[in-house]
Design a protein around this ligand. Structure first.
Ligand SMILES: Cc1cc2nc3c(=O)[nH]c(=O)nc-3n(C[C@H](O)[C@H](O)[C@H](O)COP(=O)(O)OP(=O)(O)OC[C@H]3O[C@@H](n4cnc5c(N)ncnc54)[C@H](O)[C@@H]3O)c2cc1C
Length: 398
């Protein structure tokens, strides 16, 4: 089959579907291709099945990129309120959780359906299970050879996302295509990903799998105060997922197990007001009991022993204990990698891409949007907001 289209988009995920619908409404003949069997698989899996589809507090500061100014223009031109309006037009129930995060009240399927309905209304020709074999360009067009046959198009938008979760259809195809056209691809790594632990720590924590508590975690001048979750493989939960995007192999993490306390002053007050009690009882009231016991055992291994009675603690001992619990430093073994990561850090260097219409500098007919670019949001709905905003800016700039 020989086909022609004004616009071919590769990748029917969040960004590709949004770009296709927007361009279709502008009267473009849009062909949207994806190698997977189903569109928007990550949308379906997202937010624990309830898709955290945007964040009302989105600012450029919520994104990690070697070029932090790149995302500003698109985010300004398509805001969380714009996407929320679309959600409301489709009568989708949603809830606001902490920190401005908006989730579907029922199911992620609602957002997947919204995207498919919009693409359908906009006349988009969506073809799944389609592989792309080659891409070439002329001065004002693009030629593709695909499992559907040859395709001629006025422009090509690449929305193939990052490397996270290959079982959901992720590939490095977008990076390879960028390299084919001489673009620089910055090193990629897994972000928003659980940590794995060395055996000496895992032995103590793995039996507590499922326990969760609020902590602060710091690394490379970033701190997040959110829940930590112990898993049978290591540490996860929002705080650890967030910090994983700032962590590099070999770095240490510092955990404050009691971020709501001025710990030294609290321990001093306990010594004064509950002299016969034991600090471990108090710790067991602040943290899940089994976790408190494990921490006390780990402290003992480091040579930090709690006195028999609070009254017996010296000032030095209290300082050491407060410091150990507020600044519990350890080196993770690594992360679970792309197998479970929510996002991919790094990607196509945005220095070579227009922040107005996402075209490659000097090659208007080739564009890249969404996660394939070196723009990665923090946890909380920012990554979808980037997918929507980059898609709309690209389509409007065609
Ligand atoms: C488990 C999980 C939960 C998440 N939860 C949230 C959340 O709640 N909120 C949030 O903001 N973000 C969340 N994210 C991140 C978010 O899903 C991504 O940032 C977003 O989907 C990126 O959009 P995209 O369109 O750029 O890429 P994707 O959505 O990944 O879409 C890429 C598409 O390209 C297709 N493709 C890839 N390679 C090829 C190829 N060679 N040929 C043809 N097609 C190809 C894929 O099949 C896919 O359909 C989550 C991610 C994961 C993995």
């Amino acid at each position: 089959m020989n086909k022609t289209a004004d616009l071919v988009i590769i990748g029917a995920g969040a960004a590709g579907l949004m770009c296709a619908a927007t361009a279709g409404y502008q009267g473009r003949r849009v062909l949207l291709l994806d190698h997977s069997d189903k569109p928007a698989k990550k949308v379906l899996m997202s937010g624990g099945g309830r898709c955290n589809f945007t964040n009302l507090n989105t600012t450029p500061a919520h994104f990690i990129s070697a070029n932090p100014y790149f995302c500003i223009s698109a985010l300004k031109r398509y805001t969380p309120q714009d996407f929320l309006e679309l959600v409301e037009r489709h009568s989708i129930d949603y809830v606001e959780k902490g920190l401005g995060q908006l989730f579907c009240a029922n199911s992620s399927k609602d957002i997947q359906q919204l995207l498919l309905t919009e693409a359908d209304w906009a006349g988009v020709d969506l073809r799944m299970k389609t592989s792309i074999n080659s891409v070439t360009t002329t001065a004002d067009s693009v030629q593709l050879t695909t499992s559907l046959g040859k395709i001629d198009a006025g422009a090509l938008v690449v929305a193939t996302g990052g490397l996270s979760i290959p079982t959901l259809g992720a590939t490095g195809w977008g990076y390879d295509l960028a390299r084919q056209f001489g673009l620089d691809v910055l090193p990629t790594s897994a972000g928003l990903v659980p940590f794995t632990l060395h055996p000496e720590l895992k032995t103590h924590l793995a039996p507590l799998s499922g326990l969760s508590c609020k902590i602060s975690v710091s690394c490379n001048r970033q701190t997040f105060t959110e829940p930590l979750l112990i898993t049978h493989r290591g540490l996860s939960g929002p705080a650890l997922l967030q910090i994983s995007s700032y962590w590099k192999a070999g770095d240490s993490l510092s955990i404050n197990w009691l971020p709501d306390y001025q710990l030294l002053a609290t321990l001093q007050a306990l010594r004064q007001h509950q002299p016969r009690a034991h600090f471990s009882s108090w710790l067991g009231e602040q943290l899940p009991k089994r976790l408190a016991t494990a921490l006390i055992n780990l402290l003992a291994i480091q040579g930090i022993k709690l006195p028999e009675r609070n009254a017996d603690a010296s000032n030095n001992q209290l300082e050491t204990l407060a410091n150990a619990l507020e600044n519990w430093v350890f080196k993770p073994a690594g992360t679970e990698g792309y197998r479970t990561a929510e996002v991919t850090l790094g990607g196509i260097n945005t220095q070579q891409i227009s922040s107005q219409n996402f075209a490659v500098n000097g090659l208007e007919q080739l564009r890249f949007i969404g996660e394939v670019l070196d723009v990665t949001g923090q946890l909380g709905g920012y990554n979808f907001q980037w997918a929507w905003a980059s898609a709309v800016a690209c389509a409007r700039g065609l």
